[in-house]
Design a protein around this ligand. Structure first.
Ligand SMILES: [Zn+2]
Length: 54
């Protein structure tokens, strides 16, 4: 891990639902995990259906 760069710029996230690469917005806020809030919802719904604690 390179501590001279922000954590977010090193987070090569893709939407957990559809695997689309995401660009992290720098600055305050949470790390983006889904391309749309709908996908976040869909992912959590599916994970819960599989018995995961999300
Ligand atoms: Zn997505």
């Amino acid at each position: 891990m390179d501590f001279t760069k922000s954590y977010k710029s090193q987070c090569d996230a893709a939407c957990l639902h559809c695997q689309v690469p995401l660009e992290q917005k720098q600055g305050a806020g949470r790390v983006k995990k889904y391309c749309t809030p709908q996908h976040g919802k869909a992912y959590r719904q599916r994970a819960r259906a599989l018995g995961l604690d999300v």
